[in-house]
Design a protein around this ligand. Structure first.
Ligand SMILES: [Zn+2]
Length: 83
């Protein structure tokens, strides 16, 4: 038996993860809590996905010469290769 973090009684508790912390909450406490947290939880979940930066593709340009800092970037285009 696990002590419920909300009512303090030892019951068959669910392990609920909220904001990075795990709570032991019995179903009687969890049900009304879940209704309250329903909107917030989903907002935060989608918020985290939005915050993830898109993966940068670095290897694609790894073989191209990079301009030194302070220098204007050179244009390496097809014109140079045709000469
Ligand atoms: Zn409880």
């Amino acid at each position: 038996m696990i002590l419920c973090d909300l009512c303090g009684e030892s019951k068959e508790c669910l392990q609920i993860e909220i904001d990075g912390k795990e709570y032991d909450v019995c179903p009687e406490c969890w049900n009304p809590l879940a209704e309250k947290l329903n909107g917030k939880g989903r907002v935060q979940a989608s918020h985290e996905i939005v915050l993830l930066p898109p993966p940068r593709v670095v290897t694609e340009r790894a073989d191209e010469p990079k301009p030194l800092p302070g220098e204007p970037p050179k244009i390496w285009g097809a014109a140079d290769r045709l000469n």
